[in-house]
Design a protein around this ligand. Structure first.
Ligand code: GAR
Length: 220
């Protein structure tokens, strides 16, 4: 009898900065919580600390400096070529601070996953923690979602929620959201890799039969 060992999912992680989410994903892979391997890390910034994290884990890295391209389509075409070379099952945006062209997104639809530091559809874009505080929100969180051509508007897969504390500042809230992200991103990838959820007909469709676009909720 031959043992059937399912191949690990291949993840290509895109970063622009610290890479703490990348670290959480690499740790989940190494700790066998995620049946996956990070096969490539790509940064648009040469000084991103996430590159050091990847190198320490012996994961191949590439820097693709957007400033050396004349326009967005040129950058995205080069990025797509790099991604194609590593044949990923999922392309994981982990603090990748570039707006992607619709053509790029369409090419990888269903495989492109992002994490955003708000309870989408609230607060797409930047400064999410300050906006949640200014609005007096009692809850704040982070969303893992499929990427679609409209920025921060793709179907949600998992949302992490926490209570905003009376004395929270932008920094304290941001730090706790980061901790939450480090839980929900590996969790969401596990759901995807196991086929519990997939992108179909522009929706996040669950194998358990629940309504489309009904994310798992994790509260910390
Ligand atoms: C994370 O908080 C992530 O949600 C956010 O950037 C941070 C990256 O942190 N992403 C966005 O704002 C995308 N719109 P990290 O580099 O330490 O993982």
């Amino acid at each position: 009898m031959t043992d059937h060992v399912q191949q690990k999912a291949r993840l290509c992680v895109l970063i622009s900065g610290s890479g703490s989410n990348l670290q959480a994903i690499m740790d989940a892979c190494h700790g066998h919580m995620l049946h996956a391997e990070v096969v490539q890390v790509i940064s648009n910034r040469a000084d991103a600390y996430g590159l050091t994290r990847a190198q320490q884990a012996q994961i191949p890295t590439e820097v693709l400096n957007h400033k050396t391209f004349a326009d967005r389509p040129g950058f995205d075409a080069a990025l797509a070529d790099l991604i194609d070379r590593c044949q990923p099952d999922f392309i994981v945006l982990a603090g990748f601070m570039r707006i992607l062209t619709p053509g790029f997104v369409e090419r990888f639809l269903g495989k492109l996953i992002n994490i955003h530091p708000s309870l989408l559809p609230k607060y797409p874009g930047l400064d999410t923690h300050a906006r949640a505080l200014a609005a007096g929100d009692r809850e704040h969180g982070a969303t893992v979602h499929f990427v679609t051509p409209t920025v921060d508007a793709g179907p949600p897969i998992v949302q992490g929620i926490l209570n905003v504390l009376p004395d929270d500042s932008v920094d304290s809230l941001k730090a706790r959201i980061h901790q939450l992200e480090h839980v929900i991103y590996p969790y969401a990838l596990d759901r995807l890799i196991k086929g519990n959820v997939r992108y179909r007909h522009q929706q996040a469709q669950w194998a358990d039969g629940r309504a489309d676009n009904t994310p798992d909720i994790i509260r910390l």
